[in-house]
Every structure is written in C-alpha cells, then in structure tokens.
Design a protein around this ligand. Structure first.
Ligand code: URA
Ligand code: CA
Length: 430
C-alpha cells in the first residue's frame, strides 16, 4: 500500500477501506509515514469528510494504538463523561461524587493537559495531600469500595491521537467533525468505559459555534459509540459564557463543593443534574431521566454526595476537612476587582478570552512544562442578562502578582453589553 495513493483517493472524495485506514495509523505511529504526507491526508479529510464507517474504523485503530484499560474487575456499568471543552468547566468534580452517591461506579482516568486551567487532577491537587499515584489494584479496590477513584492517565493511551492532534494543531485541521469525534472517542474507548455521556459545547467559546455543527458532532460520536458496543448519549450545552462563576483550580474546587452542598451557581448545578441523569440511566440505576434526576437531587439534599466526596478525598490522601473549611484551599495574595467601563446588560462573555486571562495569571499551562499556580484565577460577578453600571465590579482577579493589567483588559474586552435586557439563553440546547 502506498500513502500517496491513499491521499489521492481521499482528495478526490472517495472512501478509504478499513485496511487503508489501519495501514495509515499503524505506519504513522511507527514513523513510516512522514508528517507532510499525513498533513495532506488530514487536509483532504478536512475538505472531503469521512463516512460513518470510515470514522469508526479510524477511532478503533487509534484506540488500539496503545494501552487499553480493563475495568472488568469493577462491579457494575462503568460510565465515563467527556466535555468537548469549556471554560471554568468544573462538572467532573461534582458529577463524579454525585453519581457515585447513587451507586454508579466512577473509575476516572484524567489528564493534566494544556489550557486555561489545569485538568481535573490539577484541580484535585489543590486539596492538601491529595494524590493520584495509586496502583491498578488499589484503583479497582477503591472504586469497588467507595464507587469513586481518580487516577492519572496512562502516558500510552491512544498515542496515535496524541501524535495526530499535535499535527492537526499546526496544520489548521483541528476543526473537522470526523477528526474531533474520533480523537475524543478513541481515548474514551481505550480508557475502558462501558458507557459514555458526552457534553458537546456550542457557542462562542466552543469548537462548534453553531447548533448544526454541534448536532453533527454529537451524532457522529454517538454512532461511533454504538458501532463499538459502548452505550453513548450526548447533551448539547451552551458555551456563550463560562460555566459557573469561578475559573481557576482551587477556586473551581470551592465552586464544586458549594454545588455539592446545593448552593452552587444555577447553570453549573443544572448541567450536572442533566449530565448526571444521563449517566445514571446508562448505568441502569434508573428507568428514565426524571427518576434519575430525583435520585441526584436527593443525594445533594441529604448530604450523601458531599459525604462520598469527603471519603474519596481522604482515600487518596487528601485533607477532607477542606469541604467544611474551604479557607484551607490555596489562596492568592491579591484580590483585584475589575470595574466595568460600560453601562448596560451583559449580552455575552467570550469564554475563551476569560480562559486566556486566567492562564496568564498562572491558572493554566501555556506549554506542557509550565507550572500551575493552584491559587489564582478569576471569579465573575456578572453573567448574561445581568445589569451592570459603570465602575461596578464585573469580576475579581485572584493573583499572586500585583500587576494584573493584561488580564484585567482581557476580561473587560470579553464582556459584550447591550442597552436592553437580552433574551435568556437556554443552557441545555439539545
Ligand atoms: N478534544 C479532543 O480530545 N480532540 C479533538 O480533536 C478536539 C477536542
Ligand atoms: Ca466554573
């Protein structure tokens, strides 16, 4: 088989055979196909797309390119959740103990990754003593006992995706539905979940700016899941502003604790109930979403979800007293209010700009070697629909340096105002 023939076929809009797709992935990770040929193929896929069959063969080939985690020693239906990328998205920290509290086993592998804030693991490390260095056996025992454990992601999970993603990033080929869908699903499949709930973001701060793209991405991922025998559901949710109020690591842990106590931001609370209900139904613990939602609301109201969170933190070396004493979480030296330069109603908040402002403060990694400051970040005070007066604080910057001018400017520029109250945006769009 020759790579040049495969590129030509895709360039001309023909479908590739399963053998051809497997050949491409295998040869590419073995360094037998150079980046320039792979780039040409990616660009052809970007323009010509892939059939559902091609997309699932690609996904399986990527999932099989490295370690495949076996969770079969854990009792019950293991449900994983994935978000296509939001800003200030604290849902995993809440959902994991919440669904565990109603008996859904959560065996979470999580990464650190690049971005606006750290990943789930970085956030959890804001809890003094918490660690993810547990052996495979301990991990299984912990999930069987407490229904919840989080470990660091194996370095060798879907290596084909890692290599392809780096190339897509520099060849303007990230934004292709079959490539995004296969990238996300290959990692979820390799991580061993029986069922997968996807949170597909739509709006200015998401890959998919429009509903049409988000729907296509969601149905492509569901089709892949069905093809490989994993029950898959997707929720489409709004990303025209950050989720909740907090963007930062310790700040998001505190927001998660508040939400588990039933007093978190309304949007974050609602999204967790919707995603959680889908997880509970796929796990077979409830007959429908309404029943599942009632179970989850009860677990928040009676303190069970918070109790599971404490047990989980302590089981992995963490100081669970932070739940009742959030002041024990890392705290920044400076708290600087950002004052509005306009009057009006908030119409939109560019989530990616807020994310970048948080990263510049040290909340996220610009490169994989950057060191994260767990204490810093941004707390928003105004969200879409809120009225703002000139000189009123729209956000507070939590920083360890006094000069926060660059981040403050980004926050101000992220807010869009209108003279009239904008119509309410539904959080759940599909
Ligand atoms: N997230 C991923 O993991 N892969 C993509 O291609 C896009 C978002
Ligand atoms: Ca948040």
């Amino acid at each position: 088989m020759r790579m040049v023939d495969i590129i030509e076929k895709k360039r001309d809009g023909l479908s590739l055979t399963p053998e051809e797709i497997r050949f491409v992935i295998k040869s590419y990770i073995n360094d037998e196909i150079p980046d320039y040929q792979m780039s040409a193929l990616l660009m052809s896929v970007y323009f010509q797309g892939m059939t559902p069959e091609e997309t699932s063969v690609l996904t399986t080939a990527m999932a099989e390119s490295g370690d495949q985690i076996d969770l079969s020693k854990i009792d019950g239906v293991k449900v994983d959740k994935h978000s296509t990328g939001g800003v200030g998205d604290t849902t995993t920290l809440i959902l994991a103990p919440l669904v565990a509290a109603v008996g859904v086993p959560v065996a979470k592998m999580s990464g650190r990754g690049l971005g606006h804030t750290g990943g789930t693991i970085d956030k959890l490390e804001a809890v003094p003593g918490f660690h993810v260095e547990v052996s495979e056996q301990q991990f299984i025992d912990l999930v069987n006992k407490n229904k919840l454990a989080v470990v660091g992601q194996s370095g060798n999970l879907a290596p084909a995706d890692k290599k392809l993603y780096s190339l897509r990033d520099v060849t303007a080929t990230v934004n292709s539905i079959p490539l995004i869908a296969s990238s996300i699903m290959s990692k979820k499949i390799a991580a061993g979940a029986d069922a997968i709930v996807l949170d597909v973001k739509v709006g200015s701060g998401a890959f998919m700016k429009e509903m049409e793209g988000a729907q296509a991405l969601a149905s492509t991922m569901i089709a892949i899941g069905e093809q490989v025998g994993r029950k898959t559901a997707a929720v489409i949710s709004d990303m025209n502003q950050p989720l909740g109020y907090a963007v930062g690591n310790a700040l998001e842990v505190k927001e998660a604790i508040d939400t588990l106590k039933g007093c978190g931001p309304a949007d974050l609370h609602e999204l967790c109930l919707v995603l959680g209900s889908n997880m509970v139904v796929l796990a077979g613990k409830a007959r429908n979403e309404i029943e599942a939602r009632t179970m989850l609301e009860e677990a928040i109201a009676n303190g069970k979800a918070l109790e599971v969170f404490k047990t989980f933190l302590a089981a992995q070396g963490g100081d669970a007293s932070v739940v009742d004493h959030p002041e024990k979480l890392p705290d920044s030296t400076f708290k600087v209010p950002v004052l509005s330069e306009s009057d009006g109603f908030v119409e939109g908040i560019a989530a990616d700009e807020i994310g970048t402002a948080a990263m510049l403060l040290g909340a996220g990694r610009a490169t994989k070697d950057s060191v994260i400051d767990l204490s810093v970040g941004i707390v928003l005070h105004k969200k879409i629909g809120d009225e703002v007066k000139i000189d009123e604080p729209i956000a507070t910057i939590h920083s360890n340096t006094e000069d926060v001018a660059v981040s403050a400017r980004k926050i101000i520029q992220a807010y869009r105002f209108s003279n009239d109250q904008p119509p309410a945006v539904p959080l759940i769009k599909g």
